[in-house]
Structure formats: structure tokens, C-alpha cells
Design a protein around this ligand. Structure first.
Ligand code: GTP
Ligand code: MG
Length: 202
């Protein structure tokens, strides 16, 4: 799929104030600093569409981007950022949870995992929550440029093994690097396939 147009629409703390839910939507979620906003910029080939930072906790709202006037990409705040206050963290978690559980046009979510880390409980628990709520998800490993290709493949393999212990079926997985522009086509292709089935159900 070609991204011909990508534009920022709005930012909200409440899913009820998000754009009307009549286009297919895909959300990026993961621990703070994992590279959600950078990946949105990479996919849309717009360096500063979504705001990024070396400091965790940059994205603090539900941000909608309209792609090709036909679907939404959503940048969410990260979870598991220890340095914000408990009150603030709970507020973000509620905002993300309400959005994920109630957004009716959310077709699937992409859970981002830093490829350098072994499986963390915070991510595994989050995915389990998605599974229990019946929210489909894919996994995108980020920052692949930080490892050699063989190390990256070994990390993905180990992650898969860990997921196999929990899930009957492992979700689709992608390897990406926003730095090196890697993984763009397969991710956009997956979205395109969903968009086509959304069209058919209309
Ligand atoms: P929050 O909004 O704080 O939750 O973070 P985020 O998940 O949106 O991460 P963001 O895109 O802001 O990136 C965090 C840091 O990681 C920035 O310094 C990015 O430049 C860096 N980064 C993101 N993706 C990559 C990547 O693929 N490779 C490398 N080397 N660095 C990356
Ligand atoms: Mg961000």
C-alpha cells in the first residue's frame, strides 16, 4: 500500500471525543519509549507527524492520524513508565483501557516490543488482557537496527517460544526499525488486507 496522504486529526483523553468511528482504525501500543510514535512517522514517511522523544512518557493522549482519507492510525501513550506518579499512571491506563475496550472501529492493535529485551511480564500481561477482551493484536519488534540480524532473529525466536507457553496460537509478528526504514511494507500490507475486509462488510 502506498501512503499518499497522512494528516494529524486530533488528540483526546476520552475515546468518546475521538473522530466518529466510521473508518477502520489501528492503534500502536507498548511500553513508553518502545518507538510507537517513531514507527508511525516511518510508516507515513513523515519525520515529525507524531512527536517523539528520548525521554519516556512523551505521548500522553490518544492521537488520531488520517491516512489516505480512508483509515486511522492511532498513537497511544505508553504503559509501564515508572517515573510518573501513580495517580498519573492510573489515569493513562484508564484512558488507554477505555479506548481499547470501547472503540468500535478499532480493527486491531499492534503491540510494540523492543527487540533487545526478553519477554517482560508487563507486556505479557498486557497482551493477556487484550486476549481476554477479544481485541486482536499483532506484535511489532522495534529498534532492530540495534542488533545484528542473527541476534534479532534469535530474540524473536525466544519471544515466540515464551508466547507458545501462554497462547495456543501466536499472533502475527513483524520486525521493524524506524531508524533504518525496515518492516514498512509487511505492516502496511497487513493493514491493507484488514481495510479490504472492512470494505466488504460495509
Ligand atoms: P512514548 O510516547 O514516550 O510512550 O514513547 P514512544 O513509544 O512513542 O517512543 P518514541 O517513538 O518517542 O521513541 C523513543 C526513542 O527511541 C527516541 O529517542 C527514538 O529516536 C528512539 N527510536 C525509536 N525507534 C527506533 C528505532 O527503530 N531505532 C533506534 N535506534 N531508535 C529508535
Ligand atoms: Mg510516543
Amino acid at each position: 500500500m502506498k501512503v499518499q496522504e497522512a494528516k494529524y486529526v486530533m488528540s483526546n483523553s476520552d475515546y468518546l471525543k475521538c473522530p466518529s468511528p466510521d473508518l477502520p482504525e489501528y492503534a500502536f501500543i507498548g511500553r513508553s519509549n518502545v518507538g510507537k510514535s517513531s514507527l508511525i512517522n516511518m510508516l507515513t514517511e513523515k519525520k515529525s507527524l507524531a512527536k517523539t522523544s528520548q525521554q519516556p512518557g512523551k505521548t500522553q493522549l490518544i492521537n488520531h492520524y488520517l491516512i489516505n482519507n480512508s483509515w486511522y492510525l492511532v498513537d497511544l501513550p505508553g504503559y509501564g513508565y515508572a517515573k510518573v506518579s501513580k495517580v498519573e499512571r492510573e489515569k493513562w491506563e484508564k484512558m488507554i483501557g477505555d479506548y481499547l475496550h470501547n472503540r468500535e472501529n478499532l480493527i486491531c492493535t499492534f503491540v510494540l516490543i523492543d527487540i533487545r529485551h526478553s519477554a517482560l511480564d508487563v507486556d505479557l500481561d498486557f497482551m493477556e488482557g487484550l486476549g481476554e477482551a477479544g481485541i486482536p493484536f499483532h506484535i511489532i519488534f522495534t529498534k532492530a537496527d540495534k542488533l545484528k540480524a542473527s541476534q534479532a532473529a534469535a530474540q524473536v525466536d525466544a519471544y515466540k517460544k515464551k508466547l507458545d507457553l501462554i497462547w495456543d496460537e501466536t499472533p502475527p509478528m513483524f520486525i521493524s526499525s524506524a531508524e533504518k526504514n525496515e518492516g514498512r511494507e509487511p505492516i502496511l500490507q497487513a493493514i491493507e488486507t484488514y481495510n479490504q475486509s472492512f470494505e466488504k462488510t460495509k
